[in-house]
Design a protein around this ligand. Structure first.
Ligand SMILES: [Zn+2]
Length: 793
């Protein structure tokens, strides 16, 4: 071809609809009468557009797309743009030809089309954009909540970004077989059914919140990701980190009572801190070439750490400066591609060049991990030293530090360190802003008793204090916890447990700190404390530690358990908390909780009485765990017959709760039969069975035994196989199991899933060390507390 000349290329291309979950694929569902119906749908991100049509399938090669689909007259078709016209097909009366309007400049991975027999509901936004929710005929009644949310969120985003919604319409469609949660195809967002449909009275508060959050996430992409797209996949985090942060802001504006920004910490920041404390983590921005490397990037680091550092930046710059920066970035680059630097430059411009955003943020995106900030006092004086060093969960595990990859910033960060004191002072200093200095000396009031670092958990770092400060903090929590925000309390708990896991604090600190929980009434501190205690229980369940931790949990939750009760009432937060507390009480074996849970299950099964939407998850689980074959079969029948996706997923999880290994094996075997369990749900079955102590080894065996078949089930098998494997093995805590794991993965290639396996292996090593060094102290420490309480009673 000659340079400067335009050529037009015509290609004939044949493609059979596949049964995988990417490219252009086939999905089926049953209608009310049990008839099987089929639909054809697409999922292209990151590299599957090439499976559906010939293209230069890279995000920076944007084009305008003209799409025409010939299909059966009894079906409808949808694509990114509105339909231009429908015409007859000569000689074929039963077919029509649907032609769509030409798209705007866009990347291939955002192209989408669906052919199906679904129903539609629609509404217009104030700025005249048509929003439609599309679902199977007998599920369309569950689409109303999504439609209302989508309209409001779209309107709010138009204001926030200062840019009108770029397309004439926005469709949100519920697909019965779907790999991810949702996909932000421009103008035609595809969703897993549980992420879009909502049935009042059946969907729990958490189910409903999930729908709102996913809608807000995908709509944010319509600007950030679709209108402006990353140049190459190494900057995937730009898309995903941003949308994962914006999903909370988006829902927060529509549902201010849901306290979304408090939940941001527990759902996004904390899981990212947890993963990024492994030396097998990776920097946010990494070089990738192969499709398998690209798909491995869709992980907690891109999504959750990405979101966390944008949140930290917002606090550092101020809300309006960040918003303005985003507006500058989007307006300057619309219909184009960008690299991370473009966003930082736009943010600096928004501050009138007063802040070096890139200088600070590069230390967060170009190296992995995060700092541990240590406050120490020089004697009893007013002089404090604040230092940073990289926090590693594995700490000084044998031989693990020798292979650390080099970092351009030598594992030092530019950290905005905030803190407050018992005298009510609060301050923020920037550590490492010059020459990456690792410590700063500050002079504070001599009368200070305690310091609490990282105000409201906004910063992406952990904090440690000298023993006497921990003691003061614990005293403060026990005397008046209201001086700390809920996020502060949650973060103190999380830091104490994590530092203990890393071998930097004795078991006594997280245990004695947890005792204040008898007075705690906020969701987020409870969630994080129970997350850590459940993990202790799982690790120690081979010895006396499991039941000791159960007794401790029972002691801690008793007050809040009585206070919340079993009836549906209260705010959104209280409803979420009720589910968390009641299910923890049941799991820990609190007698009253187990009895009531069993009674409710019997009433539902025998008398078809209605169950509160918030209770169904753990009540069904209890019913299966305490029951036999009859109960299990009853739940399975309900699982097959319900047409409410939220309910379906509760039933599926409950099926993994059985104590009977033969029942569990039967359940696992159903994953090999698509007519019993959809491929999209296989991962959930394997990992939830593994989370049940009776099922862990069965799931691990199943996964190895049917390696080839599971591998074939997924479009991009390897990455999924790595993630599923990691989910199954991550609670292993013995050298024997570790050996088996290492041996198996030496012989089985996991491609893009290798990193997930490496991370799980590192976690197992940390688990082994914890059990060896701390199992006894856990039993000793929690027994002291539980016995003291018994003696008082
Ligand atoms: Zn996304």
């Amino acid at each position: 071809m000659k340079p400067g000349k335009t050529y037009s290329i015509r290609l004939k291309f044949m493609y059979n609809l596949t049964e995988g979950l990417d490219g252009f694929y086939l999905s089926t569902y049953k209608d009310k009468d049990g008839q099987v119906r089929t639909l054809a749908t697409t999922h292209f991100e990151p590299t599957s557009a090439r499976k559906a049509f010939p293209c230069f399938d890279e995000p920076q090669l944007k084009a305008k797309f003209l799409i025409t689909i010939t299909h059966s007259r009894s079906l409808q078709s949808f694509s990114n743009m509105p339909k231009k016209e429908e015409s007859d097909v000569r000689g074929k009366n039963d077919q029509v030809r649907s032609e769509f309007m030409e798209s705007l400049e866009m990347s291939t991975y955002l192209v989408a089309f669906v052919v199906c027999d679904f129903d539609i509901i629609e509404k217009k936004t104030d700025s005249n954009v048509t929003i439609r929710v599309i679902a199977a005929h007998d599920k369309i009644s569950q689409a109303k909540f999504a439609l209302d949310q989508a309209v409001q969120i779209t309107q709010n985003y138009e204001r926030y970004f200062g840019i009108p919604f770029p397309l004439p319409k926005q469709d949100l469609i519920a697909i019965p077989d779907f790999e991810a949660g949702a996909m932000e195809n421009w103008g035609l967002i595809t969703y897993r059914e549980t992420a879009l449909l909502n049935e009042e009275g059946v969907s729990s508060s958490l189910d409903t919140q999930w729908v709102a959050v996913v809608i807000a996430h995908e709509l944010a992409h319509q600007w950030f990701g679709n209108l402006v797209t990353m140049q190459w996949w190494n900057d995937l985090w730009l898309n995903e980190g941003f949308a994962s942060w914006m999903e909370y802001k988006g829902v927060d504006e529509v549902e201010p009572d849901w306290k979304m920004m408090d939940q941001f910490w527990i759902n996004e920041v904390e899981p990212a801190l947890d993963l990024d404390s492994l030396q097998s983590s990776h920097p946010i921005s990494v070089q990738v070439q192969e499709p398998s490397e690209i798909s491995a990037l869709f992980d907690y680091i891109s999504y959750r750490k990405g979101a966390s550092i944008i949140h930290m930046l917002e606090q550092f710059l101020g809300e309006e400066h960040l918003r303005k920066g985003l507006e500058i970035y989007l307006k300057k680059n619309k219909f184009k591609n960008t690299v991370t630097k473009d966003l930082w430059n736009a943010c600096t411009e928004a501050t009138n060049n007063t802040k070096d955003v890139m200088g600070m943020m590069n230390t967060w995106t170009l190296q992995m991990g995060y700092p541990l900030i240590i406050f120490s006092r020089i004697g009893n004086s007013s002089v404090w030293n604040i230092t940073q060093s990289r926090f590693l969960l594995a700490g000084q595990l044998n031989g693990t530090n020798s292979s650390l990859p080099a970092s351009p910033y030598n594992y030092k960060w530019n950290v905005p360190v905030s803190f407050k004191t018992n005298l009510g002072h609060s301050r923020e200093i920037l550590l490492g802003s010059k020459d990456n200095d690792t410590s700063k000396v500050v002079t504070l009031d001599e009368k200070i008793k305690w310091i609490k670092g990282n105000t409201d958990g906004v910063g992406f770092y952990r904090v440690n204090y000298p023993t006497q400060i921990w003691t003061m903090l614990i005293n403060q929590l026990n005397t008046d916890l209201s001086v700390f925000s809920g996020a502060d309390r949650a973060q103190l708990i999380d830091d104490a447990f994590s530092l203990c896991m890393a071998g930097l604090l004795p078991v006594s600190v997280p245990v004695s700190l947890s005792t204040y929980l008898v007075k705690e009434t906020d969701l987020v501190p409870w969630k994080i404390a129970l997350r850590h205690l459940k993990s202790w229980k799982a690790l120690l369940s081979d010895g006396p530690g499991g039941s000791a931790v159960d007794a401790f949990i029972s002691f801690l939750v008793e007050n809040i358990y009585k206070k919340l009760g079993w009836f549906e009432a209260g705010t959104h937060e209280q409803r979420l908390l009720r589910t968390v507390v009641l299910s923890a009480a049941v799991d820990a074996g609190l007698k009253d909780a187990v009895d009531r849970s069993k009674q409710i299950f019997t009433d539902v099964m025998d008398n078809q009485s209605k169950i509160s939407s918030e209770l169904q998850g753990f009540v069904y689980c209890t019913g299966v765990r305490e029951g036999g074959e009859e109960e299990w079969n009853w739940i399975f029948k309900k699982y097959i017959s319900t047409n409410i996706p939220a309910e379906k997923s509760h039933f599926l999880k409950a099926l993994a709760c059985s104590k009977d290994i033969f029942t569990l094996q039967r359940f696992l075997d159903k994953t090999l039969d698509k007519s019993q369990i959809r491929h999209q749900d296989v991962k959930s079955v394997l990992t939830s069975t593994a989370m049940n102590p009776a099922g862990t080894l069965l799931a691990w065996r199943q996964y190895r035994k049917f390696w080839d078949r599971y591998n074939k089930m997924f479009g991009d098998g390897m990455t999924n196989m790595g993630n599923i494997g990691a989910g199954i093995i991550s609670t292993f805590s013995s050298s024997f199991d570790l050996e088996q794991v290492e041996d198996f993965f030496e012989k089985h290639e996991t491609g893009g899933g290798k990193r997930a396996i490496d991370q799980a292996v590192e976690k197992i090593k940390v688990n082994i060390r914890f059990v060896e060094l701390s199992a006894e102290s856990v039993v000793g420490e929690v027994n002291i507390i539980v016995n003291r309480r018994k003696n008082l009673a």
